[in-house]
Design a protein around this ligand. Structure first.
Ligand SMILES: [Ca+2]
Ligand SMILES: [Ca+2]
Length: 337
């Protein structure tokens, strides 16, 4: 009997992995859901802030390759650092019906109150979980950290209504009367935005934009940790001023590795724009406020990462495959009928 339970323990493994490219809460929630759906996964928590996942699984039912493949299927990559940790499983289960542990927790809470505000807040979160009847796992620094982030990951982004997500004054490609509008919040330095541009957008363009069913709106959401994203967005608006937004937009995604000011100016010249006018627009910061407005609007709509799309009122996050867009677009087109 004891042997059997030892065997079971051996089978259950904990791993912490680095996942590349998650830029939003809902991306992490999606990975988490995907992993949890796998047979043999006992628990999965994903933090987009740390780009990490913490997984507990039964190694007799699921192996690393399957997990790795699942993450790739969802659209992300286990980083080259790969499986970085295999810490010992020591789980302290705290339940409401165990008053001793609950009292210890309360005592710790009191001590922590005097240590600092942050730690107190953390413990309060734990207590809240206990009150909700949730089993707390607290051992191993990482597991604890994940726990704090996980509830935020799981909160679903606000679903804005059709009226709320506006096209503003931003560039539109496609028929004015198209029944479906895709509003993209994106930027030029983000690798997943590039992936959407290269792998998915051509199919949307071919099947829906050219056929008058969909119009595509591009709004700016430059992430602060991308050094050139703000200026690149401004440059694209300067190109729009001269009627060449989409050509310039394509050029930037085709040259994502070179988005410094000189390159931005060179691309304008290559596309036959009035260089003096373009440079003056870019250098003067004329479009700064426009980009900031897009960013503020996006944040208000619940955008927390790029690329984020609103297909009519439906939010789609990340560089999803064409099929994901197709499904929502078709659903919207059928509503029109
Ligand atoms: Ca705008
Ligand atoms: Ca804009």
């Amino acid at each position: 009997m004891e042997n059997k339970s030892k065997k079971e323990l051996k089978r259950i493994q904990q791993k912490q992995i680095k996942i590349k490219g998650m830029h939003c809460k809902s991306c992490a929630a999606k990975v988490e859901r995907g992993l949890r759906a796998l047979k043999g996964i006992k628990d999965a928590r994903v933090s987009f802030l740390k780009e990490q996942a913490f997984i507990r699984f039964d190694s007799s039912q699921v192996d690393f390759n399957t997990i790795d493949k699942k993450i790739q299927e969802i659209g992300y990559k286990v980083s080259s650092e790969g499986w970085v940790n295999n810490f010992q499983e020591r789980i302290i289960r705290i339940r409401l019906e165990n008053p001793n542990i609950l009292m210890i927790l309360v005592a710790i809470a009191l001590i922590l109150t005097f240590i600092n505000f942050y730690r107190t807040t953390k413990l309060q979160n734990q207590l809240a979980s206990v009150i909700n009847g949730v089993v707390i796992e607290s051992e191993g620094q990482s597991a604890g950290e994940f726990k704090e982030v996980a509830p935020q990951q799981l909160s679903q982004p606000q679903q804005p209504s059709r009226a709320e997500v506006g096209v503003d004054d931003d560039p539109i490609k496609g028929s004015e009367n198209a029944p479906v509008t895709i509003i993209e919040f994106s930027e030029y330095e983000c690798p997943f935005c590039e992936r959407f541009f290269k792998q998915t957008l051509p199919q949307i363009e071919e099947n829906y934009i050219k056929t008058g069913k969909v119009r595509h709106v591009f709004r700016d959401f430059p992430l602060s940790f991308h050094r050139n994203a703000q200026k690149a967005a401004e440059a694209s608006e300067c190109a729009d001023e001269q009627g060449k937004f989409w050509e310039y937009h394509d050029k930037l995604f085709e040259n994502q590795n070179a988005l410094d000011i000189n390159s931005l100016k060179r691309y304008a010249k290559d596309l036959g724009l009035d260089a003096a006018k373009f440079n003056e627009c870019l250098d003067s910061g004329k479009m700064t406020a426009e980009i900031q407005k897009d960013f503020a609007d996006g944040s208000r709509y619940g955008v927390s990462g790029t690329p984020t799309f609103f297909i009519n009122e439906i939010e789609l996050v990340g560089a999803q495959p064409f099929s994901a867009f197709e499904q929502v677009i078709e659903q919207e087109l059928n509503k029109e009928k």
